[in-house]
Design a protein. Structure first.
Ligand code: SER
Length: 320
């Protein structure tokens, strides 16, 4: 069995942390990180193999898979929702052509594949509260269109060719390590930086916009646990709803105020990101993930806020 792991999008929001977690669990040289253009951190660069490639280029991906005898691919390279809305062609190319290339190479070289989908794979006609695992998916954002396409392609490659494809629908992800960039849920990361730096934050979503969220350690755990799960237990395989908490900007600001009482939030709504957020669920039902592979998050809003502020204050060298 081939055991080497390839991580695409390794310099991105999830990739920068998932690569290090995989190296810790399976060994540094077992995990090959590939990025696009963004400079990797010293830690990422020096802890194991790193290469720059274009994930939409079949030949470039194939070279890496052959060179390192890859058996498992964590395909994370993607454009997030707000950026996708501003550049739909680029989003289609990276998000859909990228996964199409990875799946075809996985079929040829017998690799298993993990790919994240998102709350963005739902749309305005999806039930908003307790959004079921299997439900209406008619997203109105370009990001959503690409994510549903990716989910379906992964299902197709599993059903037609028996490729071991697996994936989750992540909610907004929050981390103090690598900022997201170009997402609708980015406010929930930016707010912590601004709370420490300026004691105030101007939010681009309205105060009552409720969305699912997750702290990065849980997101990493979800990816690794799903890939280690017993395949015979997986009824869904791809696009498992996973969540850890849901809140509004107002509720998050209230949590931050418990640590930084002078913190103030104000609102200046960005119609594009508000429109995207309004089309997404308020809260997903992730019981299929719990039943089929034991999903259970460790962090809620309080524990995450305490940990975010503690670690960001060290990183920014600002006490509170
Ligand atoms: N965090 C992502 C975004 O906002 C959702 O998957 O685009």
């Amino acid at each position: 069995m081939k055991t080497k792991i390839l991580v695409t999008g390794a310099v991105g929001q999830i990739g920068s942390e998932l690569t290090m977690a995989l190296r810790k669990r399976y060994g540094n040289d077992q995990v090959i990180a590939v990025g696009h253009r963004k400079k990797p951190s010293e830690e990422l660069l020096n802890s194991g193999p790193f290469e720059f490639i274009e994930v939409t280029n079949y030949d470039e991906v194939e070279v890496i898979v052959k060179k390192y005898d890859i058996g498992i691919i964590y395909h994370l390279a993607a454009i997030l929702s707000a950026l996708a809305e501003n550049n739909p062609q680029l989003a289609w190319k990276v998000n859909v052509e990228g996964i199409a290339v990875v799946l075809e190479i996985a079929r040829k070289y017998n690799c298993s594949v993990f790919t994240p989908s998102s709350i963005g794979a739902f749309g305005p006609s999806t039930p908003k509260d307790g959004t079921p695992q299997d439900t209406i998916q008619r997203p109105t954002s370009m990001y959503g269109v690409t994510k549903v396409s990716g989910e379906l392609l992964c299902d197709y490659y599993h059903l037609k060719y028996g490729v071991d494809t697996r994936g989750v629908r992540y909610p907004g992800l929050i981390s103090y390590v690598t900022p997201a960039g170009g997402g609708t849920t980015d406010y929930a990361v930016d707010i912590y930086y601004k709370a420490l730096e300026d004691k105030k934050y101007e939010c681009f979503l309205s105060k009552e916009t409720r969305l699912d969220m997750m702290y990065m350690p849980d997101a990493i755990k979800a990816a690794m646990d799903l890939m280690e799960a017993e395949p015979s237990k997986l009824k869904h395989r791809n696009a498992f709803n996973v969540t850890a908490m849901n809140f509004t900007p107002e509720e998050l600001a209230k949590e931050i105020k418990k640590f930084i009482p002078e913190f103030e939030i104000s609102y200046n709504i960005d119609p594009i990101r508000q429109g995207i957020a309004d089309s997404w669920p308020n809260s997903m039902d992730d019981s299929a993930a719990t039943e089929e592979w034991g999903w259970s998050p460790d962090y809620g809003i309080e524990k995450m806020t305490e940990d975010m502020l503690k670690n960001l204050s060290k990183k920014l060298n600002i006490s509170y």
